[in-house]
Design a protein around this ligand. Sequence first.
Ligand code: APR
Length: 175
Amino acid sequence: MDRHPRDSDRISVLVADITTLKVDAIVNAANNSLVGGGGVDGAIHNAAGPQLWEECRRIGGCPTGEACITRGYRLAARWIIHTVGPIWQGGDDGEDDLLACCYRNSLNLGRQYGIKSIAFPAISAGVYGFPMERACRIALREMKAFQKNNSEIEIIAVCFSNGAYQCYQDAMREL
Ligand code: APR
């Protein structure tokens, strides 16, 4: 995985299908029911196989802003951290804070499980309508804050388009 010039110490940004990454954990942009869906949620469930759905059903659900962890099953990643981002309502309904909680809670949960490399999609920036420029700044701010005390953990921001990648690179320059 080649590093990009503007990547900070242990935060990388790349364009990829997150289900293909060989990292300790990938993060899923789930919904409150955890039963799967479209977007990255659908891709992860399709790649991980039916046992993932079984484990998610046993967990039963996840509140917005929180995170839970399952095995990765058929994925190269050992773990999947499921987090539920806020649905964009215009920005005055606490969406920024809830999105920040998704990253913070996912990173802390990964640390509890001894994870040394973790890859995030752009939580809420798809179906949930969160503006990408705003979402990536929240993501990078939380990643950088976490890494101050956890520099041994590699964090990867995974983009699914060149447009998203450019947003992250622009935000990386500013932060
Ligand atoms: N790898 C990496 N990123 C991906 C992939 C993939 N395979 N597929 C989609 N993405 C990107 C999207 O382009 C977007 O930038 O992930 C980001 C998040 O988009 P969504 O998957 O739509 O997630 P979100 O906006 O958080 O909406 C969650 O969508 O799929 C349903 O069940 C899910 O109800 C939940 C909602």
